[in-house]
Design a protein around this ligand. Sequence first.
Ligand SMILES: [Zn+2]
Length: 155
Amino acid sequence: MYIPKHLRFTRLKGKGRALFANKNLRKGSLVVKFGFDSVKSCRDASPESVQIGENKFLDSTHYYASDYINHSCNPSTKIDFAEMCFVAVRDIKKGQEITYNYLTTEYDMAKDNLDFECMCNSKSCVGRINGFRYLSKSQRLKIKNQLSPFLMKKL
Ligand SMILES: [Zn+2]
């Protein structure tokens, strides 16, 4: 698996695999390419898949660096769907984790038993991560500028 030099891959106790900045990264910069190699009509098995339509998921049969980006309710990146990459939403310091908010792409994770209790410890933590559909109007509006085109239509 290819990991760009400005990133570092680690296994964390209790959290599993994670991706960290290996140098300071500027807000707006490309952090990592969004790696995928297949499009599926349902989310069969792969929790790393990313939803782009009602029944459309980008999935990977190989492991890509971007598969190890964990969720945070106060993430350091978002997906740029025009460029198909993860872009820094704030300055990221060397040693900080690369994260993105799964709720900006996934509509209903509970349906696929992929919901989980968030441990991001941020002030804006929503707790149970079960999908965009379960967020309140104000929670949806807070992440508006990070939403995928698919979820933007559901706003
Ligand atoms: Zn959280």
